[in-house]
Design a protein around this ligand. Structure first.
Ligand code: F6R
Length: 599
């Protein structure tokens, strides 16, 4: 959550670079944004600040630099897109935050858990606060330390006083260096020919360089003419460990598509084909780990949790292997029986989701093995894991997860087939699913989806039912509809209907019935009939039409992989539902952010 972007180097257009970087990071938070650039000519001092500072409420969108910022030809700037935690969405609460003398500018991701105590202490020392944020204590605390020591040690000492999982970037006007430090939230440093970049993820940096360092927790980096990486605990120097990232610039742009969401829905074709061809070794590795473990837990949050839930059905059906499942935020309450022989499989697109990160920490305390299935190389979860399985889905910029889900379930399906010693069969099903997705994404099929959208767009509620693997698909379908179109959607196991949910059905209530040609077919059709008898409007998704359906969206029968194209239909439906309900930017649903790094 929150996007951080900063630059220091030889180019005078630091503010412009930061603005462009922030635009690429906006999916991390979009309540408000701000940029501070170090003033190198004295002409544009604002309120005696040593920085040109600009803050706004709302999305950064297509914003241009203010005349002050663009006139200040600075070689050092830092900026932030915010997802509010402490303090409402106001200009005052937007970052960067400054100290009393307006010499120190700070951007921050995370929560300073002990900010009240620190603020109390600083107020007693006559520091004046202008926001309600926890962040503002940081520049004031650094200001205190600067009374007795240099810039770098002041940042180190101030940061070490903060409790919680935090990442900060600090600029101090008299210095031509920026300093970044982290304990939890992600930071990536890029080393380019024109200087150094630092950001909360590699987006935005790859345009300038692919040579990066993923900062580890408890590290601080000082960037100016050179780079110095130091330990936050002892202050010792650390040799910089460079890595090369292989994302392409086109991955960062919408291209011919109107939104990242629809672009990424289309990219699923390549993702699934890539996994079928290139992830055989990884899926074998995962299968072997599961085979050897005494007790396996898969866990994730939101969409990733539904991928994990699907995984439990896949391993049971295909490999006859029991795998436990937990949502990330609940795992902490289930760890009592973990042992060093247990295997924990965290599944995450960003690799930063805090509930998953802390679940891993708890599992590590029990010495359990961690095999992470993750999309972002170098992310926190990637680094925490003993074994790493990459998704290779490329950057996912829409807040709503689509291609990451497909990549997750494709890897799990392939691993389940590996464990059953039938990997070729898994590969074949993935090819079949990808072929089917190609058809679903053709114009004439999308037209059919749009007809369904027309029929349901004015409704307030929609229910989705499935059984077995399609239960996981029903939950994912409901999440896509909720967060994209803001229509109230709920997914249920078909068998649960009669235990209460059916009370919600009235004449015309739309209900999606996910009906693959597997052992769930007859029972789910009976459930559909029960809804139809109460006047529900039934939308069937599956390989075979049925007289109980009022509308039908066909898929191929891809056996255990059928739920993948079924979810793609749901994604396209959710996207079009959002547009038809007047939502102009389905890439950035209200109140959400892409990477959930706070509890
Ligand atoms: C929904 C969505 C979220 C994420 C969840 C976990 O479309 O994208 O529910 O799936 O926040 O995120 P990752 O996979 O980054 O751990």
């Amino acid at each position: 959550m929150c996007g951080i972007f900063a630059y220091v180097g030889s180019d005078n257009k630091a503010s412009q670079k930061v603005l462009e970087g922030l635009k690429l990071l906006e999916y991390r938070g979009y309540d408000s944004w701000g940029i501070a650039s170090r003033i190198q000519n004295s002409k544009f001092k604002i309120q005696n600040s040593k920085f040109t500072l600009e803050k706004h409420v709302g999305k950064i969108g297509n914003a241009e630099l203010s005349s002050e910022l663009s006139a200040n030809s600075s070689q050092l700037a830092l900026g932030h897109t915010r997802w509010a935690t402490h303090g409402g969405v106001t200009v005052e609460n937007a970052h960067p935050h400054l100290d009393c003398k307006k010499e120190i500018a700070v951007i921050h991701n995370g929560i300073v858990e002990n900010f009240q105590e620190i603020k109390h202490e600083l107020v007693k020392k006559r520091h004046v606060f202008t926001s309600q944020t926890d962040t503002e204590v940081i520049p004031h605390l650094i200001e205190e330390y600067l009374k007795k020591e240099g810039f770098a040690s002041s940042v180190k000492d101030a940061f070490n006083r903060l409790k919680g999982l935090n990442a900060i970037v600090v600029a101090y006007a008299p210095s031509s260096e920026i300093i970044a430090a982290k304990t939890g939230s992600p930071l990536v440093m890029g080393h380019a020919t024109d200087g150094f970049y630092i950001a909360s993820d590699a987006s935005g940096i790859i345009k300038h360089t692919k040579k990066v360092i993923f900062l580890k927790d408890n590290e601080m980096v000082i960037l100016g003419k050179n780079i110095q990486l130091v330990s936050l605990s002892g202050g010792q120097k650390i040799t910089p460990r460079y890595e090369t990232i292989n994302w392409k610039i086109e991955d960062e742009e919408k291209g011919a598509y109107k939104h990242f969401l629809i672009k990424e829905i289309h990219e699923q074709l390549n993702v699934i084909e890539y996994i079928a061809l290139n992830s055989l070794a990884d899926s074998n590795k995962l299968a072997n780990l599961i085979d050897k473990a005494f007790g396996t837990f898969m866990l994730g949050c939101g969409t990733a949790s539904y991928a994990a839930l699907a995984g439990t059905y896949l391993f049971s059906r295909i490999a006859k292997k029991h795998v436990n499942f937990s949502i990330g935020s609940e795992f902490t309450y289930l760890i009592d029986y973990l042992t060093p022989e247990s295997l924990v499989i965290p599944i995450s697109q960003s690799g930063e989701t805090i509930d998953v990160v802390s679940s891993i920490e708890h599992a590590k305390e029990k010495s359990s093995k961690i095999a992470a299935v993750v999309n972002v190389r170098g992310s926190t979860i990637y680094r925490q894991a003993d074994e790493k399985i990459l998704l290779y889905a490329g950057p996912e910029k829409a807040v709503v997860g689509t291609k990451s889900f497909t990549a997750m379930v494709a890897i799990l399906l392939l691993s389940a087939f590996s464990l059953a010693k039938k990997q070729n069969e898994g590969k074949k099903l993935l090819h079949q699913a990808s072929k089917n997705i190609r058809d679903i994404l053709k114009e004439n099929y999308i037209k059919e989806i749009k007809k369904v959208v027309e029929k349901i767009k004015k409704k307030e509620h929609i229910y989705i039912i499935g059984r077995g693997l399609s239960y996981a698909a029903a939950l994912e379908t409901s999440l896509k509809i909720k967060e994209t179109s803001y229509m109230h959607a709920e997914g249920f196991a078909g068998g649960e209907l009669k235990h209460g949910v059916i009370a919600l059905i009235e004449k015309g209530t739309p209900c999606i019935v996910i009906a693959p040609l597997d052992e769930t077919y007859d029972d789910i059709i009976s459930n559909a009939a029960e809804i139809a008898a109460r006047g529900g409007f039934i939308i069937g998704i599956g390989p075979k039409n049925n007289s109980v359906f009022d509308a039908f969206l066909p898929t191929e029968d891809c056996r255990d992989a059928t739920f993948i194209p079924q979810v793609v239909i749901a994604q396209v439906l959710a996207y079009n539902l959002a547009l038809s309900r007047g939502i102009s930017d389905p890439d950035k649903p209200r109140n959400l952010a892409k990477s959930v790094t706070v509890k």
